[in-house]
Write a protein that binds this ligand. Structure first.
Ligand SMILES: [Fe+2]
Length: 258
């Protein structure tokens, strides 16, 4: 009876993804959100555009964001309570965890040695490695020597790897042999939704669609940082090409848990 008079419309654009697995909404730990209120505003846009659940992924980046897991988990617990207290009657996605986005840089080896890697797992326990899936990124301007080796060694060490926004590395072009090798090695790719809408420029947009067409991209992420990004997410949710993509492609987002 209750559902009878509910207005029915098309599902919001990103509803098929169910879950976002890349965002910087834990305030003041990286270049993301600056306050609980800002995070709430961004989350409202995420809910509106279809996300039911989100997992936070603060940067681990040396020396800019020297985060550590214990501190982040403490902040995350407080943040959950603050959001609950501050959201009022606004509809927000559920927060289902806080992992990290790990940059392969001079600080990374220390993070590995200190056992600071927080990973995702597949909800199906039969899938993936015991150590889980690690979200990594590379420098956005200059290619670091030996990246491929680091990725390979992590895999040898028992991690599954998700490479964040492969389309955003200018040193990997279209038809990149290195990216192709990563795919052959079983590295997962996560493209940014905003790349598909041209937020990071034409080159990233072009590559994002190309990698999707290659069948290389298993995950889509918002990489939300602040309200400016939230506005861009609303814009992307009205992009016809993106709407069609979401209707016709199945992504793995919903199968990940913290
Ligand atoms: Fe990010």
């Amino acid at each position: 009876m209750f559902g009878l008079f509910k207005k029915k419309g098309p599902l919001p654009t990103f509803a098929p993804l169910v879950r976002d697995m890349h965002s910087h909404l834990l305030p003041l730990v990286d270049d993301g959100s600056k306050s609980v209120e800002e995070s709430i505003e961004v989350m409202e846009a995420m809910r509106e555009t279809g996300f039911e659940e989100i997992c936070l992924t603060p940067h681990f980046q040396y020396p800019r964001f020297p985060n550590n897991v214990a501190d982040l988990q403490e902040r995350y617990a407080k943040f959950l309570a603050d959001v609950e207290a501050g959201k009022g009657d606004r509809q927000l996605p559920r927060m289902v965890g806080c992992t990290g986005e790990y940059r392969i840089d001079d600080g990374f080896q220390g993070i590995v040695e200190r056992n600071e890697l927080r990973t995702y797992h597949f909800s199906d326990p039969k899938r993936g490695s015991d150590k889980g899936l690690l979200l990594i990124e590379f420098s956005l301007n200059q290619k670091r020597m030996g990246l491929e080796e680091v990725v390979f060694n992590l895999q040898m060490d028992g991690y599954d790897i998700i490479l964040a926004h492969p389309e955003r590395y200018p040193y990997y072009g279209s038809h990149s042999a290195v990216l192709e090798r990563f795919k052959e090695q079983g590295v997962y790719f996560q493209s940014n939704i905003l790349s598909l809408d041209g937020f990071y420029g034409e080159e990233a947009q072009h590559k994002a669609f190309e990698y999707l067409e290659n069948g290389w991209v298993e995950f889509l992420g918002t990489d939300m940082h602040n309200t400016f990004y939230a506005q861009a997410l609303r814009h992307a949710s009205m992009n016809k090409k993106i709407i069609k993509l979401l209707e016709n492609t199945e992504f793995e987002n919903r199968n990940l848990v913290d």
